[in-house]
Write a protein that binds this ligand. Structure first.
Ligand code: 5GP
Ligand code: MN
Length: 333
């Protein structure tokens, strides 16, 4: 836990006008929900605020209020670079190393504006002026809620902020079922619901808007592509780019698939490997209890994340990456 005092945050906020909020590569529900939630707060303080992301995010997040204001670096490098270089202050949300931004990280690294980190991932880098970091928070959205309340902004939490933060909390906790969920999580949710947002509508907007192809991809992965190890409580999927293309793969289609083998009695570690369009193998790891996939991903797969949910990359082939995983996975136990 590394949290600077609200006095320091207040002083900084008073002295800045142009604020940029940036989140990680392949933004997920918490990345977008926390960033846009903070956006709707800071705009009420009469700041000029821009949200920038390294690349596109799934369409099931496009309904979020102010989605149309988000600048995507992949599509508009000039605008994003200018926004970062002219910012008085840059909030970095839901990540803690410039590496998590790919090419945008190099640009961010060379910006002069002071950085504020709000994040719940393990082992933050040392780049920020002010920190609001807590690995016990279930999501960055929960931290943004605390941040706003701590600054005395509870009354400013309206339906827009609530919908964004609810989305972050919901998606990063697997709909409130991961071990990261605490009484506090539900108290925050209760406060958000008081604004009048409809949780059922948010669940539907996020989880019930996939294509038929996506469901068929899940079916194919489960019946044809799942390997359950004989000697360890481990199961994984390895899927090629060609296979994904057959199902007309769209960003976000494989989200959540990694967790399915936990439905098998006794499984403690799940992994998902796929050939990403970027040319490397993208990996997701999930675990139960004290099994630490963050350390494993950092050590062997150029990644990181949380103890029970981490990710990484490999420049080996898909087959070689899986071989490497199989040869190392015993370490986790
Ligand atoms: P996912 O498997 O859903 O992509 O990611 C799970 C968790 O691991 C997320 O909290 C995410 O931020 C983190 N993560 C995913 N990929 C990477 C990576 O390449 N590097 C690092 N450091 N963290 C990652
Ligand atoms: Mn998160």
């Amino acid at each position: 836990m590394q949290k600077d005092s609200f006095v320091k945050f207040k002083t900084l906020l008073k002295s800045v006008k142009n604020i940029v909020i940036v989140t990680h590569y392949s933004p997920d529900g918490d990345a977008m929900g926390s960033s846009l939630g903070l956006y709707h707060y800071l705009t009420q303080l009469n700041k000029s605020v821009k949200v920038v992301v390294p690349n596109a995010y799934p369409s099931f997040l496009h309904w979020l209020p102010a989605n149309n204001k988000v600048l995507v670096f992949d599509k508009d490098e000039t605008k994003v670079t200018k926004a970062l270089n002219t910012a008085d202050c840059i909030f970095t949300l839901d990540f803690n190393s410039f590496k998590r931004l790919e090419k945008l990280g190099d640009i961010l690294q060379h910006t002069k504006a002071p950085k504020v980190l709000i994040d719940h991932h393990q082992q933050p880098d040392n780049y920020a002026k002010l920190y609001f970091h807590d690995v016990t928070a279930c999501s960055t959205a929960e931290l943004v809620f605390d941040f706003i309340v701590g600054l005395g902004g509870k009354k400013l939490i309206n339906k827009k902020i609530a919908a964004c933060l609810y989305t972050g909390l919901m998606t990063d906790t697997g709909s409130f079922r991961y071990p990261s969920v605490t009484a506090k999580t539900h108290l925050v949710i209760a406060e958000l619901l008081k604004t009048g947002i409809a949780p059922n509508d948010i669940h539907s907007a996020v989880y019930d808007t996939y294509s038929a192809d996506r469901l068929k991809l899940v079916g194919y992965a489960l019946s044809e592509k799942m390997t359950v190890l004989q000697n360890l409580p481990v199961a994984y999927f390895a899927i090629t780019h060609t296979e994904l293309s057959k199902f007309n793969h769209q960003k976000g289609d494989t989200e959540g698939l990694v967790n399915y083998p936990f439905g098998i009695k006794g499984i403690k570690v799940c992994a998902f490997f796929n050939e990403a369009p970027e040319g490397y193998i993208k990996i997701s790891f999930r675990s139960k209890g004290k099994i630490d996939v963050n350390t494993f991903a950092r050590k062997h797969f150029n990644g990181g994340g949380h103890i029970n949910a981490a990710g990484g990359k490999s420049t080996l082939s898909l087959v070689q990456t899986v071989k490497k995983f199989e040869s190392l996975v015993e370490e986790l136990f």
